[in-house]
Ligand binder design. Structure first.
Ligand code: UDX
Length: 438
């Protein structure tokens, strides 16, 4: 099947590349000439493990191409995906649908039909119907259907999530659109991955409900972690004991410095707004948003305590600034709250991140960037692990402790433990939801 993908951001590019790997002919469209030129040269603008190889393979096989020209992309196309950004609108927390609606109108102006217009961008309930109305308004003669097909990709594991999904969610109103979507996902269907085919509104809601639930789960364990610290319990043991209950499950129960990223903060805030708009308050989600902010601030206080009450004049090594490992994404990363607080308090921050430095340089002024953890820690008064990159999981703790001015560690991802830190010569070790040392 010939597919057009509008938007070569994270979701559009991963989906386009993976669909072409399924065997479909995919044309990816973007308005950004620089981006299209880079993609045509085989350069991938984002960091996602395996994406460059899969892209090159499918370009070479003649199944994947890139263009600035929507008309060319729509030629002979049975399905067009809208995968443009839906950022949080400044001021009110709503998802900004400007790009989605603009893409819908452009499709209507250009398409000859018959066509299925699929929204992959995360959009509030009711948007697919609005897309259909906008298309009908611009081009009343176009023979088209709409479909909602939210994505559940995790950055850093996106290819695997696409190829081996827990489920594919498809919202449709007509049998024809259902057939088109089934044909697109047939390779997964044949491998028995479940496809949930439902109505438009339910599909749109599934995405928000799933992300808000996961954000709630993380926030719940983060709040339990704070209580563990007060009571002497160990949050990792608690999470293990809870997670073995099949009704709860062990995933997304890792306590840390708060969730970040391109989805959870944006989607929880959009869901809260949708609830307000429909006079059906999303009280739990609203609280999750508030508690997640509190979690980040709690981390700052933890670090301040380790610095004897003041960051002033302290040299602090920060390991990891991206919101999670295996991505260069800094959107809503806890580092964006924590690092400025350190610098604002007078600390000299030396940071290291395997992929985040480029973005970090723009977003975190006054940080000194180092090549590795050891150079960042030289002469430092405190080392803070903010992102659990693999290269920070097996550090030579003796070497780190011996090169620091005062060997103190804040392990905000619970990678190490007090015994190991103490044995390596650290004078103080704190983590999240576990007993500190000394
Ligand atoms: C998420 C969803 O998982 C995905 O299905 C959705 O489509 C997009 O949003 P992503 O943002 O890439 O994916 O990352 P994810 O791995 O879910 O982590 C999100 C945040 O939660 C990160 O900041 C991570 O550090 C944090 N997290 C996750 C925890 O603090 N504890 C956990 O147990 C899990």
């Amino acid at each position: 099947m010939r597919i057009a993908m509008i938007g070569t951001g994270y979701v559009g590019l991963v989906s386009g590349v993976c669909f072409s790997d399924f065997g479909h002919d995919v044309v990816c469209v973007d308005k950004d000439a620089g981006k299209i030129a880079r993609l045509e040269r085989g350069e991938v603008p984002i960091f996602e493990p395996g994406l460059d190889t899969l892209l090159a393979k499918n370009v070479e096989a003649g199944r994947l191409s890139f263009t600035l020209d929507l008309a060319e992309a729509l030629k002979g196309t049975e399905a067009v995906f809208i995968a443009v950004g839906t950022p949080t609108r400044r001021g009110d927390g709503h998802a900004d649908l400007t790009y989605v609606m603009a893409a819908a109108r452009e499709i209507a102006e250009t398409a000859k039909g018959p066509l299925t217009i699929v929204t992959k961008s995360t959009v509030p309930v009711g948007t697919n119907r609005e897309v259909a109305e906008a298309v009908r308004e611009v081009n009343p003669d176009l023979d088209f259907d709409v479909a909602s097909n939210p994505e559940f990709l995790r950055e850093g594991a996106a290819l695997d999530d696409f190829m081996r999904p827990d489920r594919v969610v498809v919202g449709v109103e007509s049998a024809r659109a259902a057939d088109v979507m089934a044909e697109i996902y047939r390779p997964l269907f044949l491998r028995d991955f479940p496809i949930v085919t439902t109505d438009l509104e339910s599909a749109e809601m599934i995405k928000y409900a799933a992300n808000a639930f996961l954000a709630t789960k993380i926030t719940f364990i983060n709040e339990i972690a704070a209580l563990c610290e007060k009571t002497g319990a160990d949050v990792r043991e608690v999470a293990k004991g809870m997670g073995l209950d099949g009704r709860i499950g062990n995933k997304f129960l890792h306590a840390g410095p708060g969730y970040g990223g391109s989805c959870f903060p944006k989607d929880t805030s959009a869901l809260a707004r949708i609830g307000q708009d429909f006079a059906s308050p999303m009280t739990i989600t609203e609280t999750v948003i508030e508690v997640n902010e509190r979690v980040k601030r709690r981390m700052i206080e933890k670090l301040r305590d380790l610095c004897d009450g003041s960051f002033n004049g302290k040299k602090i090594a920060v390991l990891g600034v991206t919101f999670k490992p295996n991505t260069d994404d800094m959107r809503d990363a806890p580092s964006l709250t924590i690092v400025p607080a350190l610098i604002g308090g007078g600390a000299d921050v030396h940071a290291v991140d395997p992929e985040g430095q480029r973005e970090g340089e723009a977003l975190l002024p006054h940080v000194v960037w180092e090549a590795d953890a050891y150079s960042a820690c030289k002469g430092a008064d405190l080392v803070v692990i903010l992102t659990e990159w693999n290269e920070f999981r097996a550090l030579d703790l003796d070497r780190i402790a011996s090169c620091m001015a005062t060997a103190k560690m804040a392990d905000l991802r619970n990678i190490y433990d007090a015994e190991r830190a103490s044995a390596a010569g650290f004078g103080a070790y704190v983590s999240v939801g576990r007993r500190p040392f000394p």
